[in-house]
Design a protein around this ligand. Structure first.
Ligand code: SAH
Length: 342
């Protein structure tokens, strides 16, 4: 059965029209899962009983089951969810001092990109998530918020490569940003990609002002192809051409993420070359000290090294932030909970 949230509002209206029912019911129906996560069709009290039965016969509303919920004392919460077919995905709720409430969503079961330091891709990709499954993660996480809290940001930085599943992602984000959906401004939605130039251009074509983050992780192709194998068929030059284009068309400054792996890409020469590569581009560098993954051979640089790397970039004229790490103790990063429960 089809996930109700896989249908766009106009598709649901068409389904109603086929049954001789008025189109305004579509908005009524869709309001329920957005405002009352966990609701079933029978609980949609403003709909005629017959319609509730028809809906229940045609659609499923919540298609995932919660396998685990973990909480960290910094306010981070993580859900391990089982999707139809039995595979598992993860999603995270992050809370910060400024009052930001951010959900981190997955777009695929596993990942095909094969970044050597990342837990999500260790077993390859199983399948794309549907729009409904992507949205369901956001709604489930939203339901964990307390009375005074409001969901403010979405980051698409969970499992999977978002631009390899762009149609489903864009459909889910339409509801995230719609006034009658979660009403989160597109500027507060960040899509993080390994750097697929075609996908970056398609994203710009969509005409929506999402924030784009690109996982660069190295200042040259030789090193990048070692740690981000997807780079072998792409190359940094093509990625930067696409991000330049993204900025030109959307006016949105692109973020470049850079995972710091001790002894691999964290030396002074790497910082200098990275500064030269990005100089003059309106961008932000996001340094992410490696988050250890069981069984992988990498190490986190010590804080002094991270600081020096940041200072070198700043001296080169770049805007830099080091990502504050959250939820480490609950395996809240990068496909780790799924592995620890496998
Ligand atoms: N496929 C997307 C989303 C990946 S997750 C992408 O490649 O951008 C978001 C970020 O976390 C990416 O920059 C990813 O490279 C990084 N990441 C993955 N594993 C990590 C680890 N063990 N430690 C720190 N960052 C990691």
């Amino acid at each position: 059965m089809q996930h109700l949230l896989n249908l766009k509002p106009e598709e649901l209206a068409a389904w109603l029209a086929e049954r001789g029912l008025p189109g305004y019911r579509a908005a009524q129906i869709r309001r329920w899962p957005i405002q009352s996560p966990g609701i079933d069709f029978d609980g949609m009290s403003d709909l005629p009983k017959a319609l509730r039965i028809q809906l229940a016969e045609s659609f499923q509303l919540w298609t995932m089951s919660q396998v685990a919920r973990q909480q960290s004392d910094d306010g981070t919460e993580k859900l391990l969810l089982e999707v139809a077919g039995g595979d598992r995905i993860e999603c995270v709720l992050l809370r910060d001092q400024r009052g930001h409430r951010t959900v981190c969503l997955s777009t695929q079961v596993g990942c095909a990109m094969g970044c050597v330091f990342c837990a999500s891709g260790l077993d390859g990709v199983r399948r794309n998530l549907t729009a409904g499954e992507i949205l369901e993660q956001a709604l489930r996480l939203k339901s964990l918020l307390a009375g005074g809290e409001r969901l403010s940001h979405v980051v698409v930085m969970g499992m999977g490569e978002p631009l390899a599943n762009l149609p489903a992602l864009l459909a889910a984000l339409e509801t995230v940003t719609a006034g009658e959906g979660l009403a989160i401004s597109a500027r507060r939605v960040t899509i993080s990609t390994v750097g697929l130039p075609k996908g970056i251009r398609q994203l710009a074509d969509s005409g929506v002002q999402y924030h784009l983050a690109v996982s660069l992780h190295a200042p040259d192709d030789a090193l990048r192809s070692q740690i981000v194998p997807a780079n072998r068929n792409v190359g940094i030059a093509a990625i930067l051409a696409a991000t330049d284009d993204y900025f030109a068309r959307t006016g949105r400054r692109v973020t470049f993420e850079y995972v710091l792996l001790a002894g691999v890409n964290d030396r002074q020469e790497h910082a200098l070359r990275l500064a030269a590569l990005l100089k003059g581009r309106p961008s932000l560098i996001n340094l992410i000290p490696y988050n250890p993954v069981a069984g992988l051979p990498f190490q986190t640089p010590d804080p002094g090294r991270v600081r020096q790397f940041q200072e070198t970039l700043e001296a080169g004229g770049l805007a830099v932030k080091t990502r504050y790490r959250k939820g480490n103790r609950i395996d809240a990063a990068c496909g780790q909970l799924r592995r620890s429960r496998a």
